[in-house]
Design a protein around this ligand. Structure first.
Ligand SMILES: [Zn+2]
Length: 384
């Protein structure tokens, strides 16, 4: 039985118990005179729910501790279908009833806040959530999670941090990771404003939340180069790769942005020393698409069959030319149009690394589609 049918039956039973008959206008006596008039309630068609049918349900069905569950189920079905304006109608109808238990009212308040957010009404959502935190309700942590979501959307990183801190000891690993990224965001703003000392402070906090933050170590390396400390920068790049080799391609992008050729060469040598480029064919595949200069400098023998195989898989094609110049041309033509990154949490595909998935808003779940980690064996990682 579908959820809609179950809900409709549940609602019908409640209405019958309340003495209301669905779909019957009146009953006639044998003489033809009307002896009883009962209200007509149109069943809610969940495939295409109308405001009128929802309003009718609310007019006819009193809100009591017994009926509230059916109401909440109706609202839940509406929000699952993305009908937030209608689920809000129902939650608003239920909210603040003196005959409902406090915890039920708080649950309604949380749902209402979530659907205001879903509809883009952040201000309304924010004040309801703040109430839940102030009341110290059982939904306090859920409310804080929702508040952080709102400030992330507004890129109000300081507020994300202020609220994130309120998790206290109950903070989860995922929330710590998010908090670390919020500090990284502030550090990036600092670097853009050349407020380097402040950036360093924010990066230290990012690392205290998550020691394994690739992003924080990479930003540290950037800061060290800005301060003209290439040796320390190199050390931090190693720490970044060690923390999370999944993002190793970002190190290539990073050195490409630097003007210091000798530094770029040293970093390439360092990465080569970790495992050898031929052991990281995915690095090569990535670079074939994004860094033609590197490809030309390597020569044909480095583009081994494994690399070519990866390119074939990535492009989903079977015929790859053997000649180097032709491969570059081929890569240009066939690979650039393919998405290179994907979120491991929701499957969203995109063409560059985003620290927060644009679709599901998870942090650090977007990575290169190729399996980098498998290319770096544990023994090679012991180099650090
Ligand atoms: Zn995602």
């Amino acid at each position: 039985m579908s959820l809609e049918v179950v809900l409709f039956i549940a609602l019908a039973l409640i209405l019958l118990a309340a003495g209301i008959t669905i779909g019957r206008k009146s009953s006639l006596s044998l003489s033809g005179s009307v002896v009883q008039t009962v209200p007509v309630i149109e069943p809610i068609n969940f495939a295409e729910p109308s405001d009128k049918s929802i309003q009718q349900m609310m007019d006819q069905l009193p809100v009591t501790p017994e009926t509230v569950k059916a109401y909440l189920n109706v609202a839940k079905t509406l929000r699952q279908k993305g009908q937030y304006d209608q689920s809000i109608m129902v939650y608003q109808h239920l909210f603040g009833r003196a005959n409902l238990a406090k915890v039920v009212n708080q649950e309604i308040q949380l749902h209402l806040a979530q659907d205001y957010y879903n509809l883009g009404l952040s201000n309304r959502s924010e004040s309801l959530l703040m109430n839940l935190v102030k009341e110290n309700s059982v939904f306090r942590f859920k409310a804080i999670t929702e508040l952080v979501k709102i400030y992330e959307q507004q890129k109000d990183w300081q507020n994300c941090i202020n609220w994130g801190k309120q998790f206290g000891r109950k903070i989860s690993e995922q929330q710590k990771k998010a908090l670390s990224h919020h500090f990284c965001e502030l550090a990036e703003v600092d670097i853009r404003k050349r407020a380097y000392a402040s950036a360093e402070g924010h990066l230290a906090k990012a690392l205290s939340e998550n020691k394994q933050s690739f992003r924080a170590w990479l930003l540290y390396a950037r800061l060290m180069l800005l301060w003209d400390h290439p040796k320390t920068a190199m050390k931090y790049l190693q720490k970044a790769i060690h923390a999370n080799p999944v993002f190793i391609a970002e190190v290539f992008s990073f050195i490409d942005q630097q003007d210091i050729t000798s530094f770029a060469r040293d970093v390439r040598e360092m990465i080569h020393a970790i495992s050898g480029l031929e052991k990281m064919p995915s690095v090569m595949a990535d670079k074939l698409v994004r860094d033609k200069q590197l490809l030309l400098s390597l020569g044909r023998q480095e583009i081994n069959s494994k690399v070519v195989q990866l390119l074939i898989n990535q492009a989903d094609l079977t015929n790859v030319p053997a000649d180097l110049a032709a491969i570059i041309h081929w890569a240009d033509k066939h690979l650039v149009s393919h998405t290179s990154h994907q979120c491991s949490h929701c499957g969203f595909e995109l063409n560059k690394l985003e620290w927060q998935c644009p679709s599901c808003k998870s942090w650090e779940t977007v990575a290169d589609k190729l399996d980098w980690e498998a290319q770096l064996s544990q023994s090679h990682r012991k180099v650090f």
